[in-house]
Design a protein around this ligand. Structure first.
Ligand SMILES: [Zn+2]
Length: 199
């Protein structure tokens, strides 16, 4: 999901192992995939173990997110990697203690309430729509240290988490609006789909 600019911090060195992995040879920022790209409709595979390759992918995704200038969340699917990995950074710029969230195999374990808010997507530039989603959620997953984590979230964090988990299942936020509203966005979506890309 897009929102606002933030610079990376505490980026650890990534100079270890995994030369066989194609991800390691990618330059950052990674290439974002856009609406119309078939990869956005695929289901991502579970990550069995967080190795150096996954750690590096998460780092590269964070750099990619920050390079957008307005992103607050990204799923690996959006850079063409079908692994169940999402990153979220909704921290305030002046909060030095805030760390971005890196979550493997995130799963929605519970939810409550319902709330409508505007959403956008880095893969669907300049398109926004009101989307109804659960208000409070519980998400479980694995962090970069291979530890199980459980997150209770509401507000913006709950929304971004749900949006990014959707990506891992090939679902886009425009799938969650009415057919009529989607019809109104038809031309904008077609433009994105047909845009010339440098890849
Ligand atoms: Zn998105």
């Amino acid at each position: 999901m897009p929102k606002r600019r933030r610079k990376p911090k505490n980026t650890p060195a990534s100079d270890v192992g995994g030369e066989d992995d194609v991800v390691l040879r990618e330059t950052v920022p990674l290439q974002l995939r856009y609406y119309g790209d078939a990869v956005l409709r695929k289901r991502a595979e579970a990550v069995l173990e967080v190795t150096e390759a996954e750690y590096l992918l998460a780092e590269q995704m964070l750099e990619t997110l920050y390079a957008t200038g307005n992103g607050i969340g990204l799923a690996a699917t959006q850079v063409g990697i079908l692994k169940r990995l999402i990153i979220v950074d909704i921290g305030e710029e002046d909060d030095e203690t805030y760390e971005p969230l890196v979550l493997f195999n995130p799963e929605l374990m519970g939810f409550d309430g319902e709330i409508v808010a505007e959403e956008g997507c880095l893969s669907i530039p300049d398109v926004t729509a009101e989307v109804k989603r659960p208000e409070i959620i519980v998400v479980e997953g694995i962090n970069v240290q291979n530890e199980a984590v459980r997150i209770e979230a509401d507000g913006l964090l709950a929304r971004v988490l749900q949006h990014e988990i959707d990506h891992l299942n090939g679902v886009l936020f425009i799938d969650r609006i009415s057919g009529l509203k989607r019809q109104l966005l038809k031309e904008e979506l077609l433009k994105i789909q047909q845009a010339e890309r440098p890849y």
